[in-house]
Design a protein. Structure first.
Length: 160
């Protein structure tokens, strides 16, 4: 949590960037994913690997043009994520307090494999997520738990 306090302003700035880019419906940004575009190291593909158009390879410039994001802005996102040690920034919808809320998630760490593992994220949420805990569980059951970092920021641990 000390790391978060030292980097709080960078998290706030990245969240502000997403708010500034409201005219671009950004919901995922990383070196390997921008919205519905995925980079497998050979180029950018649109859609899931199982989709019909997945084999279409386009350049980064073409992908950014389709998304509506300037190359300089994309690099600014990536540089900030790298400085924070985050692998991806996402704006996601969560069901909180019986309604869908927009949550901004910074994926910081993951472990294990698909069906047995977890991830650690820093999130920003307008509403208090549940369950809010003081200390992380030593042997957590599958699900999510949250620790308040103040000012609508939370540490999220998801265990599969």
């Amino acid at each position: 949590m000390n790391d978060f306090e030292q980097q709080r302003q960078q998290f706030v700035e990245l969240r502000s960037m997403l708010d500034e880019d409201v005219n671009i419906p950004l919901h995922a940004i990383s070196t390997k994913r921008v919205n519905s575009f995925y980079n497998d190291g050979n180029g950018w593909h649109q859609g899931h690997p199982d989709s019909a158009d997945y084999e279409v390879i386009i350049t980064e410039a073409e992908m950014l043009e389709k998304v509506g994001l300037a190359p300089e802005r994309f690099q600014e996102y990536l540089e900030n994520l790298t400085e924070l040690g985050a692998s991806r920034l996402e704006r996601i919808k969560r069901y909180i307090d019986q309604e869908h809320q927009s949550v901004i998630q910074f994926k910081m760490d993951s472990w294990g494999i698909f069906f047995s593992g977890g991830q650690l994220s820093v999130i920003w949420s307008e509403n208090v997520p549940d369950p809010l805990v003081i200390e992380p569980s030593e042997k957590p059951s599958p699900g999510r738990e949250y620790i308040s970092l103040g000012d609508n920021w939370y540490l999220e641990r998801e265990t599969l």
